[in-house]
Design a protein. Structure first.
Length: 576
């Protein structure tokens, strides 16, 4: 390159792209391009609105969440107040996400009418695409390039997952607030490039700082994977803002403190309601292999988005003998070498990569929290770092000193990639038409996954194919006997077939694995009192289980109250 990207960046700020529109100011052109790109994103993702699939944890976020299904101030306060031990969703503190879903439920969203949820999610994705374009414009001053790169993000197949997946509203919301934080921060540094605006800059700095802090807080309350955001601001300080000093580090200390508080809250709430595995438990070697695998895995999927899935199982064995793990280690070593070499010409590649890596680090299984090694949704916001690299490279390709054919070739390439992405996105969206199609597709990619067999069984139950469901539930239990959800669902299937002894065995096993699950408690109670001639009939135990289930749900579930009343009647006790 004849000049480094830092020089190019300054040049773009001082001299906007004059060839892009001779009669339009860059800001007017940017607004027009924003509308055009958002329209394209909406058109490509439009089939999402008719998607009827429910994914892995949508039962916790919608179909079995009593607070979401009872929109009121009390539910809002419960979401906000249950910090260290969320009662309706297993995992971490995410009150804004739950409130958002509750509002969609109030607008008519139901299990058989997902349109309100998809409407909101699609609008959020289009808004995030627009915010990315604005951020790239503020960083590089090229509206056409910002719009082109934003378009490639907005219609990329890897952005599909958070839109039709109800429970992934958290990914979209967290990205929305995080992008606002980044934009306001970059915009507030305008005085660094426009000395004449220094007076206004000083006046607005404190307000901008407060707004950034509030946006960071809102992002954390949507999804705590936003914790690394202060480090991302420092990455921007290094490049392209070029203002990284001890002062810029000190000014972000409150952000780091807030992030640290939410990191502790996340670990405690995740540990109490779901699974966590510390690095000391899994071992340093395993952690390094996972990091190397994921670094190459995400880059590969972003560049070549085929065979995408919501469930990427851990390689077995997780060792160098597995081709994917070995490729990850070799690829990571080569990547690190190339990043170091790139510093001879530009900071762009290293900084963009660090942005991506730091942003995705909380989901890289350093602290184990999931039964998957990676997920498309985890790359949603972190991909901004890679978009910065692309925007910087395209800025060099389309510089004023470059011939017209070079710029024309760049535009044609972007349009070609956009067309290919649109086709791939439409093809991928077909699998989300219903739950059965979704899990059948994922099982073709990962046939030995217990969670996939379990959820395919759930989809078959909803189609009243109990026999087919039992096959998949039994396979899930065979593959993973400690899967409490599979045990629970197999128990319900046995109960529907009036095989009560087998049903009681499975439900008891599920209860051992998840002692505070109200649905397991109440269904086991139902099995114990469903038939006096049954060998498992025990109305006293059923009463204890039903009372406990109702207490866990604040006596607000009508089906639980019905079973409780039946158990009270069987034992001769008066109903409350």
């Amino acid at each position: 390159m004849p000049q480094n990207n830092n020089q190019l960046t300054d040049k773009f700020r001082k001299s906007p792209d004059k060839n892009s529109a001779k009669q339009l100011s860059p800001k007017v052109l940017l607004v027009i391009l924003l509308f055009a790109v958002c329209a394209a994103v909406l058109i490509v993702h439009w089939p999402t609105l008719s998607a009827k699939a429910l994914s892995f944890d949508d039962n916790q976020y919608l179909t079995e969440n009593l607070l979401v299904q009872n929109p009121c101030l009390k539910s809002i306060w419960r979401f906000l107040g249950e910090i260290l031990h969320p009662s309706t969703v297993h995992g971490y503190y995410q009150p804004l996400t739950m409130i958002s879903l509750m509002l969609d439920y109030a607008l008519g969203g139901r299990e058989n009418n997902l349109l309100p949820f998809h409407h909101t999610s699609l609008v959020l994705h289009a808004a995030n695409t627009a915010l990315i374009i604005v951020l790239l414009y503020l960083l590089f001053g090229r509206p056409w390039i910002a719009a082109g790169v934003g378009l490639l993000f907005g219609i990329h197949p890897m952005t599909i997952e958070p839109i039709p997946w109800i429970g992934e509203r958290k990914t979209l919301l967290a990205a929305f607030f995080s992008l606002w934080c980044l934009i306001i921060y970059v915009y507030s540094q305008a005085a660094n490039y426009k000395p004449q605006a220094a007076k206004d800059f000083r006046r607005s700095t404190k307000l901008s700082y407060v707004i950034c802090f509030v946006m960071y807080l809102l992002a954390l309350m949507s999804k705590p994977t936003s914790v690394p955001l202060p480090a991302l601001l420092l990455a921007l300080d290094y490049w392209p803002l070029k203002r990284l000093k001890w002062r810029t580090v000190r000014e972000k200390l409150p952000f780091f403190v807030l992030g640290g508080i939410f990191a502790v809250i996340t670990y405690i709430s995740q540990s109490r309601t779901a699974q966590t595995t510390l690095p000391t438990e899994s071992g340093l070697a395993r952690m390094l292999l996972i990091l190397c695998h994921n670094i190459v895995f995400y880059l590969y999927k972003i560049i070549w988005p085929v065979n995408l899935s919501s469930h990427y199982a851990f390689p077995k064995p997780l060792a160098l003998s597995h081709p994917a793990v070995l490729a990850g280690v070799i690829g990571t070593c080569i990547l690190m070498l190339l990043l170091i070499i790139s510093l001879r010409w530009t900071r762009a590649v290293l900084t963009g990569w660090l942005f991506f890596f730091v942003a995705i680090l909380p989901t890289m299984q350093i602290i184990g929290f999931s039964n998957v090694i990676a997920s498309d949704k985890y790359a949603y916001l972190p991909s901004v770092g890679l978009l910065m690299i692309l925007a910087s490279f395209l800025g060099w390709c389309c510089g004023a000193d470059k011939p017209l054919p070079c710029r024309a070739l760049t535009a044609v390439t972007i349009l070609f990639l956009a067309g290919a992405e649109s086709a791939a996105t439409r093809n991928q969206l077909v699998h989300w038409r219903d739950s059965l199609s979704l899990f059948e597709y994922m099982l073709t990619l990962t046939p030995n996954s217990a969670p996939l067999h379990n959820h395919l069984g759930v989809a078959l139950v909803k189609q009243e194919n109990i026999d087919g469901a039992m096959v998949h539930f039994a396979e899930a239990v065979r593959l993973d006997p400690e899967n409490e959800k599979a045990q629970y669902n197999l128990g319900l299937a046995y109960a529907k077939k009036e095989m009560l002894e087998k049903a009681a065995v499975c439900l008891r096993k599920s209860l051992q694995l998840a002692p505070d699950d109200p649905y397991t408690l109440i269904n086991l109670a139902a099995v114990l009192i469903i038939n006096k001639e049954s060998p498992v009939y025990d109305c006293n135990e059923a009463l204890r289980l039903a009372e406990r289930a109702c207490k866990l749900t604040d006596y607000r579930n009508s089906e639980m109250l019905r079973i409780l009343t039946k158990a009270q009647s069987a034992t001769g006790r008066k109903a409350k």
